[in-house]
Design a protein around this ligand. Structure first.
Ligand code: IMP
Ligand code: MG
Length: 181
């Protein structure tokens, strides 16, 4: 079965995403021209965005990756996340840009940013491709934001549902019957 059949609506085509990413890369390149930029991808969702964004950045930069545990599928959360895979490099004196696929409740990022700040970077900012402001539960705002999206569950371009659909080249909304299965 093809992945595309499960998609009810395409929100952003590959071409539209490319335009957004290009614009973000240009802005980041200007802002970090004289800095010591390290882009940190929060796995796995931001993998594809990261790969495209770093190629839209035209200044020297390094990259690193980390992975955090989700705070479960339950309805209550402390917002505390566990680092499952840590960075390889030190952040001391670096200008850190955390790269995320989507800013939703903000719980994960809020915890992650404070934990990374303790590693004494020179600066730290947040970059997200998608922003779902309606869902926010903590006071956090991205410094670089691609586009705002409605409160719908999205897949593709790195975003998954049960680890599936990450490889779709566009961002779409799943058909409701997929959840019901
Ligand atoms: P939060 O901001 O702490 O709620 O968590 C954000 C994370 O939840 C993202 O990095 C995604 O992994 C996941 N997430 C939130 N909304 C969606 C969605 O619509 N589709 C797929 N994953 C999502
Ligand atoms: Mg993610």
């Amino acid at each position: 079965m093809g992945l595309h059949e499960d998609i009810g609506e395409i929100l952003f085509t590959a071409e539209q995403i490319a335009e957004i990413v290009k614009r973000m890369g240009k802005q980041i390149s200007e802002d970090y021209a004289d800095k010591n930029l390290v882009m940190i991808s929060v796995l796995k969702g931001s993998l594809i965005f990261m790969a495209d964004l770093m190629r839209a950045v035209t200044i020297p930069c390094s990259i690193d990756f980390l992975s955090v545990s989700s705070y479960g599928s339950g309805t209550t959360t402390t917002g505390e996340v566990r680092i499952l895979k840590d960075l390889d490099t030190s952040l001391e004196g670096k200008d850190v840009l955390v790269v995320e696929d989507i800013l939703d409740s903000g719980m994960t990022l809020s915890y992650l940013l404070s934990s990374l700040k303790a590693r004494r970077p020179r600066s730290i900012r947040l970059c997200t491709l998608l922003d779902k402001p309606e869902r926010r539960r903590v006071d956090i705002k991205a410094d670089y934001e691609g586009v705002q999206v409605p409160d719908k569950f999205l897949v593709g371009y790195g975003l998954d549902y049960a680890e599936k659909y990450r490889n779709l080249p566009y961002i779409g909304v799943l058909k409701p019957e997929i959840y019901a299965e």
